[in-house]
Design a protein around this ligand. Structure first.
Ligand code: PLP
Length: 362
């Protein structure tokens, strides 16, 4: 079976370095929030050109802690997209605030910036754009709206490490950038992990306390926080992969170009907007024949996944928000038509060609 992501192949390439790193960490007896986490934070803040990066336990926690530190809570509204992974809205709900959805735009499936302003009320405190599948959301427009209405911007960069707009990295535009290092992400650890990038040192300090039980020093708790710490082993693995991330992303882009070349116009291929650097965390096509294509791929031993079959406004867990079918036609159409194809740096041209031929022959 051709997998969606070949993590084993990637591991084989870095195995020697990983074992050396593991030995160093295991022998150090320092396993949580130690020198590797600090080194990773420094390298990730430098990579993004921001003042600080803070390691946390997951991408979900990165969103939750950022919202919390930025003062979002009970009674507030946070605008986001219904076409994302559930955690984006979950993090808002953890704070006591209410997610307010704005439909996606058809080309990138990112939040449609032209529809945001209509949804801004006196209660709106923040916008969470999600750089879905690795394509940057329209940060220029989002920042303009945020400035006009005095809103915070929390970027959900879980799928977009290294993506950029005019060479400026996602995660450096908003009040906070939230990354996930879930193993299958384009920068993935070997367990859970997350990171918050930001420029405000006061908020950075608040987040540092929040991730460690509100602690402002040994057993001195200034607030009630969380246990959301990044461990040394994950940080060590991420340091090894961070050195290669630009190469990994550029290989993903080459693979996307090959898919674009080999796939016929029977399916809609992902687009890259002017000035944007898409990192193709997912290579996602759209077709009304999606289910047939997926079955045909399966019959030929090729994996594919529907990210996401149910937009958030139609999720059972969020029914209390009162949305109904028809509210967000673009997100709903996407849920019916999207199909993500195998995508990883080591994917071979002949495999891409084979996958495309199966789809074209459908
Ligand atoms: C868009 C998006 N937001 C948030 C998350 C949550 O990240 P994590 O699984 O690390 O908690 C993910 C990934 O799982 C995601 O894809």
């Amino acid at each position: 079976m051709i997998p969606m992501v070949d993590l084993k192949k990637e591991f084989t390439e870095i195995k020697k370095e990983v074992f050396e790193m593991l030995t160093e960490i295991l022998e150090s007896s320092h396993y949580i929030l130690g020198p590797k986490v600090s080194e990773l934070e420094k390298k990730i803040s430098d990579y993004h050109g921001v003042a600080a990066a803070i390691g946390v336990a997951s991408g979900t926690d990165a969103l939750h802690l950022s919202l919390d530190a930025l003062g979002i809570g009970e009674g507030d509204e946070v605008i986001t997209t219904p076409f994302t992974f559930f955690a984006t809205a979950e993090a808002v709900i953890y704070t006591g605030a209410t997610p307010v959805f704005v439909d996606a735009e058809p080309d990138t499936l990112n939040i449609d910036v032209n529809l945001i302003e209509k949804k801004i009320t006196k209660k709106t405190k923040a916008i969470i754009p999600v750089h879905i599948f690795g394509h940057p959301a329209d940060m220029e427009e989002i920042k303009k709206l945020a400035k006009k209405h005095k809103l915070k911007v929390i970027e959900d960069c879980a799928q977009a490490f290294g993506a950029a707009i005019n060479n400026k990295k996602v995660g450096s535009f908003g009040d906070a950038g939230c990354f996930s290092f879930y193993p299958s992400k384009n920068l993935g650890a070997y367990g859970d992990g997350g990171m918050i990038t930001l420029n405000d040192s006061v908020i950075a300090n608040t987040i540092k306390k929040l991730r460690n039980h509100g602690s402002g020093g040994a057993y001195k708790h200034e607030s009630v926080g969380f246990n959301s710490r990044l461990d040394e082993i994950q940080a060590g693995i991420l340091l090894i992969k961070l050195k290669r991330i630009d190469d990994y992303n550029s290989k993903r882009r080459q693979n996307a170009a090959l898919y674009n070349k080999f796939l016929s116009d029977k399916v809609k291929c992902p687009k890259e907007k002017n000035g944007c650097y898409h990192v193709y965390h997912q290579y996602t096509i759209m077709s009304p024949e999606r289910d047939k294509i997926q079955n045909k791929l399966k019959d030929n031993g090729i994996s594919s996944v529907v990210y996401y079959p149910i937009p958030l406004h139609l999720q059972e867990a969020l029914s209390f928000l009162g949305y109904k079918e028809g509210d967000f036609p673009v997100a709903e159409k996407a849920a019916r038509e999207v199909l993500s194809l195998p995508m990883y740096p080591g994917l071979e041209e002949k495999t891409i060609k084979e996958i495309a031929e199966i789809i074209n022959g459908q």
